[in-house]
Design a binder for this molecule. Structure first.
Ligand code: ARG
Length: 569
């Protein structure tokens, strides 16, 4: 597709006031394939030509008349657009060659030029279980970091753990009074959560507990050794548990800089806010009035001197800028915190940081796991770990049934089980609430990871049967593919780079996920209608090159969603 864009870029630059790069920048993929394969919107020429865009499109199409390029064969106007139609043989050869040459880098680009992009994601709260609520941040954030890396950015994964706050006072009190060492060791996250819930029950009868908790939190803030020891222990045990989940998902963070990491920086931040004169103080409380900007005011410090979630986020944002001089700074956090981030970014702007415009909140809706076969006892939080294990178990059963002779069922079950959860999340527009339905997520013929993975495994089996004599490039074999199903599949494969780019620009891995469904679907249609292994030699070779390119596109795409592409399943 890149070559076609360059060709069209040169052509239109020679007939307009635009530079080739400007034309390329403007080119679009038409919403309907019947409109054409590449569209040039004529709006940018309205000024220089002093005409309405539809007229310009028409003029250009007439000027081009019977002309044709190497990779396109006709250009037609439609409203304000000039639409180009590809020349199947040359375009097919070109696309297959590009995939062939770039291999596992096909679709990648270097628009990031090494710019730093810290991505704040996952960020669970200690002493509260890693519930499914955090799965979305984990999965979307991880995929965005893979996508941005593929575009040449240097991504930095930051786990902004909720590891500070008054809940630690409550935990310390609970633990000192009722804590049980062996229970803590056995299942730290659930146990801490149990203590936390219990505290909230008991405090209703005994309000003094609250004072005690505040007392212990103050001790913690003042660096009291006993308090810090407890905190450290709770934090580490929780982290160990989170790491199990991250390992399962193949996720590594560059930093576990939780809220506590910024404690030493808070004073300086408060001083900065005061110096800038954007805050008001009353009885020790520090507020920033955001009413003029249509936002609720924020409190950075309470009367008793305690700082807040947003104070630490303010310090974190400034720290990230100083440390990484970022091109973009992403926060993958649920939509319920939209206001928080609006306030945060506004305060940064008021502080005069021009880079505040590079901070982006990437919100998402809720996920609900349909009970189905999840045996959740009433009141118990569904843990991500259980969800993942359950999904793998179900995938194992399905594979057992579908392919009892498969040698490595365990790997396939993991790939499909984990893929189902990830894809179930990623394939939906992130802003929507989703209801995760096990049966649907694991349906091999639905719009699922398994459907795409299955196409991938099927391709492997075709390539294995074909043997190695066809795994070499051949120009003329690659120019033979002109059947409708072949051409459509080739055009689909050509879109991967655009889809990756669009996923990044919109912070929406769902664009890539939906696209991979199209690829698998078009592949199946092709394979159903075009015999591969039984075709005569040169055509067989050409089709195998197309099959192999499809394999590459699926593998590259799934990799950016963090989903394994199995060779067999
Ligand atoms: N721990 C928070 C929560 O679970 C999410 C933190 C998101 N990141 C941030 N910089 N505020 O709600």
């Amino acid at each position: 597709m890149q070559k076609l864009k360059e060709e069209v870029g040169r052509l239109l630059a020679s007939r307009t006031s635009l530079e080739p790069a400007e034309v390329i920048q403007l080119l679009e993929i038409p919403p309907e394939p019947t409109y054409g394969d590449l569209a040039f919107p004529c709006f940018a020429l309205a000024k220089s030509r002093k005409k309405a865009p539809p007229l310009i499109a028409k003029e250009l199409s007439e000027e081009l008349g019977g002309e044709e390029g190497l990779l396109w064969e006709k250009a037609v106007s439609r409203g304000p657009y000039l639409n180009f139609f590809i020349a199947p043989r040359a375009f097919g050869r070109e696309v297959l060659q590009e995939v062939w040459d770039k291999g596992d880098k096909y679709g990648h680009a270097d628009i990031g030029r090494g710019g730093n992009v810290p991505i704040d994601y996952s960020s669970p709260n200690i002493a509260k279980p890693f519930g499914v609520g955090h799965i979305r941040s984990t999965v979307i954030g991880h995929s965005l970091s893979l996508i941005y890396s593929a575009l040449g950015y240097n991504t930095i994964g930051i786990n902004h753990l909720g590891d500070w706050g008054t809940q630690f006072g409550k935990l310390i009190v609970s633990y000192k009074r009722w804590g049980d060492d062996s229970e803590l060791k056995e299942d730290p996250v659930n146990y801490l959560y149990k203590l936390y819930v219990q505290f909230h029950k008991l405090v209703e009868e005994d309000p003094a507990l609250d004072d005690e908790a505040r007392y212990w939190f103050r001790k913690l803030e003042n660096g009291d050794e006993e308090a810090v020891d407890y905190w450290n222990r709770f934090r580490q045990l929780s982290l160990d548990n989170y790491e199990l989940i991250y390992n399962m998902l193949g996720i590594e963070f560059d930093y576990y800089h939780g809220e506590s990491h910024y404690n030493q920086m808070l004073e300086e931040v408060i001083k900065l806010v005061q110096e800038k004169g954007i805050a008001t103080e009353s009885e020790g409380a520090l507020m920033i009035d955001l009413e003029p900007y249509g936002l609720p005011s924020v409190m950075l410090r309470k009367k008793d001197g305690a700082t807040l979630y947003i104070t630490r986020d303010l310090a974190a944002a400034i720290y990230r800028y100083k440390t990484f001089n970022f091109a973009l700074s992403l926060y993958v956090v649920g939509a319920e915190q939209t206001l928080h981030f609006q306030q945060l970014f506004k305060v940064l702007e008021l502080l005069g940081f021009e880079w505040s415009s590079r901070c982006v909140h990437v919100p998402f809706g809720l996920i609900r796991f349909k009970e189905g076969r999840m045996s959740t006892r009433a009141g118990k939080i569904i843990l991500l770990e259980e969800v993942l294990k359950r999904s793998i178990d179900m995938a194992r059963e399905i594979i057992e049934e579908k392919n009892p002779d498969l040698p490595d069922k365990e790997s396939a079950a993991r790939a499909v089980g984990l893929g189902a959860v990830r894809f179930g999340d990623l394939s939906n527009d992130r802003i929507k609430n989703i209801e995760f339905d096990w049966e649907k997520a694991l349906d091999f013929s639905g719009e699922t990871a398994a459907y795409i993975q299955y196409a991938h495994a099927r391709i492997f089996s075709i390539l294995r049967k074909a043997g190695t004599e066809y795994t070499r490039w051949d120009d003329s074999a690659a120019s033979l593919l002109i059947k409708e199903e072949e051409v459509t599949l080739i055009k689909t494969l050509a879109l991967l780079p655009d889809k990756i780019l669009a996923s990044a620009e919109n912070y929406r891995p769902s664009i890539l996920a939906r696209y991979l469904i199209d690829v698998a679907r078009e592949f199946n249609r092709f394979y159903h209608n075009c015999p591969v292994l039984s075709s005569e030699d040169e055509l067989k070779h050409g089709r195998l090159l197309l099959v192999n390119a499809t394999r590459q596109v699926i593998a590259n795409g799934l990799a950016l969603l963090g989903i394994i592409a199995p060779e067999e399943m």
